[in-house]
Write a protein that binds this ligand. Sequence first.
Ligand code: SF4
Length: 336
Amino acid sequence: MWFTPKIIKKIEKAGLIGRGCNNFPVARKWEAVRKARGKEKFVICNISESEPGVFKDRHILRHHPERVIDGMILAMDTVGAKNGFIYLNPEYFTEFNAKLREIIDLKIGGIGMIELFEKPFHDYIGGDETALLNSLEGKRVEPRLKPPYPVNFGLEGKPTLINNCETFYAISLIAENKYKNTKFYSLSGAGVETAVKELPVDITVKKMLQEFDHEPSEKYFYQVGGGAAGTCYNFKQLNRKFDGLASVIIYSMEESPKNVVMKWLNFFEDESCGQCVPCREGTYRLRNLMRKYFETENLDKEIFDDLVFTLENTSFCALGKVSTNAVLSYLKNVRK
Ligand code: SF4
């Protein structure tokens, strides 16, 4: 086929960016898989969602599961894939597996098969798209070297389209001309009820908080984009857009710095897959350095800077690169 299918043109016109964490234009990815050579292709819906404070995919599965399946079926039809997989974290698999199977049986017709796959662990790295491929193939769950990219060499070496659950949701709206340039945001933390809302893509953090009935104040600080890797801001810094991120966590300024910093560092040390030395050693050493600092109030700044530089610049994948973000932004924007 030399022409671009209508749905890809519509996705391009809508300016849809993937709703996982890669911020990649969806139309380009679909076109790449459609054009990739190969008799067999796959479509995968990534519902790995496992960063603390991010739960928008759960909301979508609860309230709009049909749209996710509709988006997947459109993708399979468009790129020429007979098989699709829904990759779910263990908690979501337990909660939604029966409902999803029912919808798949109703909708799939004769065009192929969609299978559910339960992630072996509730881990963070299993959501990386190449670690996800390893997981589906029964291999060690760790990221692969890129290129080759999954669009050409994905599951079992075949062209594979991987999109997040919310991306498929948005595509089903685009197909029906109902997409209004909105996305889901999750809010949790001090002084608010945990909730998810669908709001404009270009909303500011401040406006989003107001939509959830929270007025920013000096009593709080704010972590935007996940409760581990997200960036911390003080209440005066919230006139910024989300840039593809999807969550805010509110912390009381009275919360102990030791608690918040060690929570982030423990998370990355636990979640590092151990494949590369900078992250395996760096997350471990940074955690120990900061633990010692909180015990002695004495920080070895040279080692701290070395560890941060090494993690950010030499880690193999995004996990190691972003593991310092929360701590550094907290020190810069919240506690100087
Ligand atoms: S950066 Fe961390 S998570 Fe990524 S490959 Fe290296 S050890 Fe694994």
